[in-house]
Design a protein around this ligand. Structure first.
Ligand code: HC1
Ligand code: SF4
Length: 575
């Protein structure tokens, strides 16, 4: 341990602690803009400067490690003045459009300007007008608002390993933009939205679709239907002052009805359906040689996008099962429309997702219109739903609880854990084990698949055969797994793994690019715990026992992987 003083207060911190972290331990908040706990510190903004006592040296707190006996002053008139000047310089080059900015009231720069009481900027205001890039259906890049903090570059390159955005130019002329001066649609971007959720200002944000939705809600000729994804229920509450992980599923159903949706369904139901389809596909590949092993999951659209751009050779390994969002979309405009005697042409189908890539997934040509119409018409992120609820004047916390509509609403514990890394694997194993052995798993909790470890591996013995699985989240961790699979294929013999779950975002969908801002690992863990609690409290915890899923097969689809199921619930990939 190292002895340090922060503003005269003595404390001990672990070796390697930065001044910023030491100050936090002393309950002192040093302001910063470019720093984020998910990312390496690279000291670009200069807001976090502090002074080493007894010297004139100003240090950057985010990247300077404390040394034995160091005494740090974090706030004094000169430091505050220097920080204010940095802020003024940033603002002199930033559009003053707070009222119409997507981050209004939730912007780190705006909060700092308010804290520093900035009333006017001493420097000339100049903006170079750059076109807004809204080419990729999922995220929008407004470079006029970029403050060059670099968080988006770091998360895209270091965390996701995608390299879709980069620094361009040198010195004072450095700007940030899509790689090779392309637009986003032509860049390697996989639309995960991690840049948006790490941007401290309104420079990168989800493509908004809310106006069209309000129009459809107001149209008496249109039947509006909505589904909510697993991870939304443990994060939306944060926008209304609840703790991360607080489960608000039944209040969300009520809010959606009050907003005006005619029917409320749950993506957790179609997650159960996905398990039936993907689980059957896995068993077919394992026991009947019906396809390549290992099988990769396919429900994360950013991972699918990544695989199409970077792993052409492995596309036959990616499950043909559509994601739960798209399975639900297809079932709404076919099975349910027939049952409810509603013309599918007059159904407007919305989904609420923790993810920006889902906005692109629903518009893909490949089988995403198997009902004869675009199966999911519009996607809202969790953040956008919070705004909807506020626009509708709803007091979220005092809402009564209600149930989803059936048969596309009720779900099992297996469906709900899809939203956390390892959840799809765990849900699939529960069902695959039961189908292969004819008996249920003794302990249904498959703990090795849980948690934030980069790559999780385990072996499950199913009827005397060892099934080797891997769970990987955060795209930057995927390349190593993919390379290991390639090497094992080249070597021949027993495959390295049989089944691999991939989720693009750290922690899985619970910290997707459309979730409330500010998630760190503590928040991710709390949101995941909310889902596991939902699972534990569920009366039924295995997808194959969802009575409504069984009903859908009996009444409409026949059996998993039937011709009809293939037409509606499966897709293919492009190189
Ligand atoms: Fe996800 Fe999925 S879990 S991809 O993370 O398979 O977005 O929550 O809806 O479709 O179910 C996201 C979450 C979500 C799908 C499901
Ligand atoms: Fe990179 Fe994801 Fe942002 Fe695309 S959406 S630029 S892949 S972080």
């Amino acid at each position: 341990m190292i002895n340090v003083k922060i503003n005269g207060k003595a404390l001990q911190v672990a070796e390697g602690t930065t001044i910023l972290a030491a100050a936090k331990q002393a309950n002192v908040k040093i302001p910063s803009l470019c720093y984020n706990s998910d990312l390496p510190a690279w000291a670009s903004c200069g807001i976090c400067i502090v002074r080493q006592e007894g010297t004139a040296r100003m240090l950057r707190a985010c990247c300077t490690k404390v040394t034995e006996g160091m005494s740090v002053i974090t706030h004094d008139p000169e430091i505050v003045k220097a920080r204010r000047t940095v802020l003024e310089l940033i603002l002199s080059n930033h559009p003053q459009e707070c009222l119409t900015c997507t981050r209004n009231n939730n912007c780190e720069l705006q909060s700092l300007a308010a804290e520093f009481g900035l009333r006017q900027i001493r420097f000339d205001h100049f903006i170079i007008d750059r076109p807004i890039d809204n080419t990729n259906d999922a995220i929008v890049f407004d470079r006029n608002k970029c403050i060059n903090c670099g968080r988006c570059v770091e998360v895209c390159q270091q965390v996701q390993g995608v390299n879709a955005i980069e620094y361009q130019g040198r010195g004072g002329k450095t700007v940030i933009g899509p790689a090779a001066l392309a637009n986003l649609a032509d860049s390697p971007c996989v639309r995960c939205g991690q840049c948006a959720v790490h941007c401290p200002v309104g420079a990168i944000y989800e493509a908004h679709g809310s106006r069209k939705i309000w129009d459809r809600l107001a149209d008496p000729e249109v039947t509006t239907v909505v589904q909510i994804a697993p991870a939304v229920r443990v994060a939306l509450g944060e926008e209304f002052g609840l703790e991360p992980g607080a489960l608000s599923t039944k209040k969300i159903y009520t809010a959606l009805r009050q907003i005006g949706f005619n029917y409320v369904f749950d993506t957790n139901f179609s997650a159960d359906l996905t398990i039936m389809e993907e689980g059957t596909e896995l068993i077919g590949r394992l026991l009947e040689g019906k396809g390549e092993i290992p099988l990769f999951t396919s429900c994360c659209p950013a991972w699918v996008d990544y695989a199409e751009k970077n792993c052409h050779d492995l596309l036959p390994h990616v499950s043909s099962a559509k994601s739960p969002q798209q399975m639900m979309g297809a079932m709404i405009k076919t099975y349910w429309a027939e049952k409810a005697k509603i013309d599918p042409a007059k159904i407007f189908s919305v989904s609420v997702m923790p993810c920006t890539a889902k906005k692109y997934e629903c518009k893909r040509d490949e089988s995403m219109n198997s009902s004869g119409f675009q199966d999911v018409d519009s996607v809202l992120t969790t953040r956008e739903l919070a705004r909807f609820i506020k626009q509708a004047g709803i007091d979220f916390n005092s809402l009564a609880e209600s149930e989803a509509d059936n048969p596309l609403g009720p779900y099992t514990g297996a469906g709900t854990i899809f939203g956390a890394t390892g959840g799809v694997m765990e849900a699939a194993l529960r069902t695959a084990y039961a189908v292969i052995t004819g008996s249920e798993l003794g302990d249904i909790n498959f703990v090795p698949a849980r948690g934030l470890q980069d790559v999780k591996e385990a072996t499950v013995n199913v009827k005397g055969k060892d099934l080797r699985i891997a769970v990987v989240h955060q795209l930057g961790n995927v390349a190593a797994v993919v390379d290991a699979v390639r090497a094992s294929k080249a070597k021949g013999g027993e495959p390295l793994y049989h089944f691999i779950e991939v989720m693009a975002c750290r922690g899985g969908c619970v910290s997707g690019g459309g979730q409330p801002y500010g998630a760190d690992d503590e928040v991710r863990a709390k949101r995941a715990t909310g889902l596991y609690t939902d699972d534990t409290k569920s009366e039924i915890r295995v997808s194959h026992k969802n009575p409504y899923v069984q009903q859908v097969y009996t009444e409409y689809l026949g059996k998993p992987n039937s011709e009809k199921a293939h037409h509606l619930l499966h897709t293919h990939y492009v190189k």
